[in-house]
Design a protein around this ligand. Structure first.
Ligand SMILES: Cc1cc2nc3c(=O)[nH]c(=O)nc-3n(C[C@H](O)[C@H](O)[C@H](O)COP(=O)(O)O)c2cc1C
Length: 364
């Protein structure tokens, strides 16, 4: 398996590997099952209330097209495209392959120097929905709402949620403490019920869902849908290296740690030997520079740039610097599979209320 040790922590799902016929039959069963109707499905005109979450370096047009074909929706960070021409090419590819709703993720804070250009392109292409993260989404909401483009905003708590609701957001994406990437701090149940209590707009839950049982829990808590990222890293369509995908297969929830090394803000990564070697905290020089009033803006930018380059090298190439971003829900990943099979298994679990043994205790 190359550099990644097989820790022997996850049983391989033998039905998926050894009995493709069984898989075929349950795919048929899932797709003959009726739609699951929620506020999210009616807002986007999709069959099942699942968003394949935007993931830096990972999400691409092919994954989104497959998600749409599977009856869910998917989103891509605009930052995954180096320039506007590549971004436009991807939007054209998606639009010519499906007329279903898909989304683009825009980073709304100052670190995204290309926000205006990305927003203009999204508006021109009438991207069906936008997911905003970091910073104020006001400018994005103002540009999109009059055109009927939905805007969903990542939030990690009540305060920010109320603000974006006042600004006119169409839905909240409740990023909980089990999410991959820049996780929140609050457990799924508390976060969903708090946001439902204090806000009127729909709540979509992001984080920790890898099987149908977890999906059902989030909807039972009051979410109108789920946003799922990490389980799709190991999809056939994902552009990242085989080593990264196999790391998602072989490592599990207990191997996920938070590092501030990448961007200064805690981010979930797989605790590979490389991560163990370099540690998960910034050294004193980096901390000093990032807190010094006069230079922190610039030093944070340097940290961020270096961190993103490290992630990029690890995501696509053969490197010893195995810094792979993923969340605890890789616990549920047992093989590299097509997007449509990952979706089908989620739905099958949801429908049958089937539970799989999991090592990760949900603190919900
Ligand atoms: C590899 C990776 C990259 C991510 N990149 C982004 C991103 O660029 N923008 C964003 O808003 N969220 C990003 N996220 C967070 C996801 O959109 C989503 O909230 C999260 O994956 C949900 O948790 P889950 O991984 O347990 O499903 C990323 C998550 C992962 C795992």
């Amino acid at each position: 398996m190359g550099k990644v040790p097989n820790l022997g922590i996850k049983p391989v799902h033998s039905a998926l590997l050894l009995q493709p016929l069984l898989l075929y039959f349950y795919l048929i069963k899932v797709y003959t099952v009726q739609k699951i109707e929620t506020e999210l499905t009616s807002m986007l005109g999709i069959d099942y209330p699942i968003i394949m979450a935007p993931m830096f370096l990972v999400s691409n047009a092919q994954m989104v097209i497959e998600a749409c074909h599977a009856g869910i929706t998917g989103a891509i960070p605009a930052l995954n495209y180096r320039n506007d021409a590549d971004f436009r090419k991807a939007l054209t590819e998606i639009k010519s392959a499906t007329n279903k709703a898909f989304g683009i993720n825009l980073i709304a804070n100052k670190s995204n120097l290309r926000l205006d250009e990305q927003l203009k392109t999204c508006v021109e292409f009438r991207v069906p929905f936008i997911i905003t993260s970091l910073g104020s989404p006001q400018k994005i909401i103002d540009a999109c709402k009059p055109l009927g483009i939905k805007v969903f905003c990542d939030v990690i708590g009540e305060l920010h949620a109320k603000k974006v609701e006042e600004m006119g957001a169409d839905a909240l994406i409740a990023v909980n403490n089990e999410a991959g990437g820049h996780a929140g701090k609050i457990a799924p149940r508390l976060l969903i019920t708090t946001l439902k209590k204090h806000c009127k707009i729909p709540v979509i839950s992001a984080g920790g869902v890898g099987d149908g049982t977890q999906m059902k829990k989030m909807l039972d808590y009051g979410a109108c849908g789920i946003s799922v990222g990490s389980p799709f890293i190991a999809s056939n369509e994902s552009p990242v290296s085989n080593d990264y995908k196999m790391a998602c297969v072989h490592y599990g929830a207990k191997d996920i740690v938070m590092t501030t090394k990448l961007s200064g803000t805690p981010c979930t990564v797989i605790n590979t030997d490389y991560v163990k070697k370099v540690g998960t905290e910034q050294n004193w020089v980096e901390r000093f520079l990032n807190h010094n009033k006069k230079i922190k803006k610039w030093s944070k930018m340097v940290t961020y740039y270096k961190g993103m380059k490290t992630l990029e090298r690890a995501a696509f190439g053969a490197t010893y610097q195995t810094m792979w971003c993923a969340g605890p829900s890789i616990e549920y990943v047992h093989a590299i599979r097509p997007v449509k099979e990952i979706v089908a298994e989620l739905l099958e679990g949801y429908i049958e209320g089937k539970s799989k043994p999991i090592a990760h205790a949900h603190n919900s």
